[in-house]
Design a protein around this ligand. Structure first.
Ligand SMILES: NC(=O)c1ccc[n+]([C@@H]2O[C@H](COP(=O)([O-])OP(=O)(O)OC[C@H]3O[C@@H](n4cnc5c(N)ncnc54)[C@H](O)[C@@H]3O)[C@@H](O)[C@H]2O)c1
Length: 252
């Protein structure tokens, strides 16, 4: 899918991996809508790259539809980059042996997994109404994490919600094949984004050193580069691609 002369929506686009991808898409000639929470820096981020900001929660049907309306109003919305997500630590049993909070677990799964399905289904409905361009109607890129495969102790809500996104990828690509909409997922390792900004420099450095090669944190634009390739390569479909410098995580 050629990026030029499209419109696109980037969820979680106010920050980190989403913002880097929104920047790339805008530079490549797409009219970008950044969908992010009202509490985010979305307005400033969007202004800095000539994009449009729509405040929305990915779990809310009406709010996501309003953001999709905005994207469809800017051109043919053929690209969905779904980066919104959050972490959240939880042990199955706490120190006293009490069961971990079901409410906390549900909240993370709701944002990461249910939010992904919500964006996928509502965006696909719009794309399916477009005429084909170069044999396809659109591309959806979801964001998982290598925690989907090797989540560490304390990451049970995050790891299982991201594993759900990996599980969704092939079935979504097959389901939407007749509509000529491709679906792929990126599973990042450790990237230098505001998620990590809260960590002390020493901890950040140790995270980078744990990556075999290149032995550093990923740069957000390296994620955006892969997103661009996925969008542009029509043969890439139904796949989850790890982007992690060969990092494999231990149990903790
Ligand atoms: N940075 C990493 O090392 C890393 C590694 C693996 C996976 N990821 C995944 O990549 C994605 C982007 O992460 P990032 O590092 O750029 O983090 P980030 O915190 O910089 O960006 C995430 C954005 O998502 C938005 N968001 C959160 N919940 C939302 C909701 N309910 N509705 C709309 N927007 C919401 C936040 O406001 C934020 O702007 C996330 O899904 C994250 O799980 C990141």
């Amino acid at each position: 899918m050629q990026i030029n002369n499209t419109s696109s929506i980037v969820t979680g686009g106010a920050s980190g991996l989403g913002f880097a991808t929104a920047t790339r898409l805008a530079r490549a000639g797409s009219k970008v809508v950044i969908l992010d929470l009202p509490t985010s820096d979305g307005r400033v981020a969007a202004e800095s790259i000539g994009a449009t900001f729509v405040a929305a929660d990915v779990t809310d049907e009406a709010q996501v539809n309003a953001a999709l309306d905005a994207a469809c109003g800017l051109g043919e919305m053929r690209i969905v980059m779904h980066c919104a997500g959050r972490g959240g630590a939880l042990r199955i049993l706490d120190k006293e042996g009490e069961p971990g909070s079901l409410e906390h677990y549900e909240n993370i799964v709701r944002i990461n997994l249910i939010g992904s399905f919500n964006v996928l289904r509502l965006a696909a409905a719009r794309m399916a109404r477009l005429e084909e361009r170069e044999g396809e109607r659109g591309v959806v890129v979801l964001t998982a994490s290598i925690a989907a495969f090797e989540g560490q102790i304390g990451q049970i809500p995050y790891a299982s919600s991201k594993a759900g996104i990996v599980g969704m990828t092939l079935v979504a690509a097959r389901d939407l094949a007749t509509r000529r909409i491709r679906v792929n997922t990126i599973a990042p390792g450790v990237f230098d984004t505001p998620i990590l900004a809260r960590l002390p420099e020493k901890v950040k450095a140790a995270l980078g050193e744990a990556v075999p090669n290149p032995s550093r944190l990923g740069q957000p634009d390296e994620f955006a580069q892969l997103a661009q390739h996925i969008i542009e390569n029509p043969m890439l479909n139904g796949e989850t691609i790890r982007l992690d410098g060969a990092l494999r995580m231990g149990p903790r």
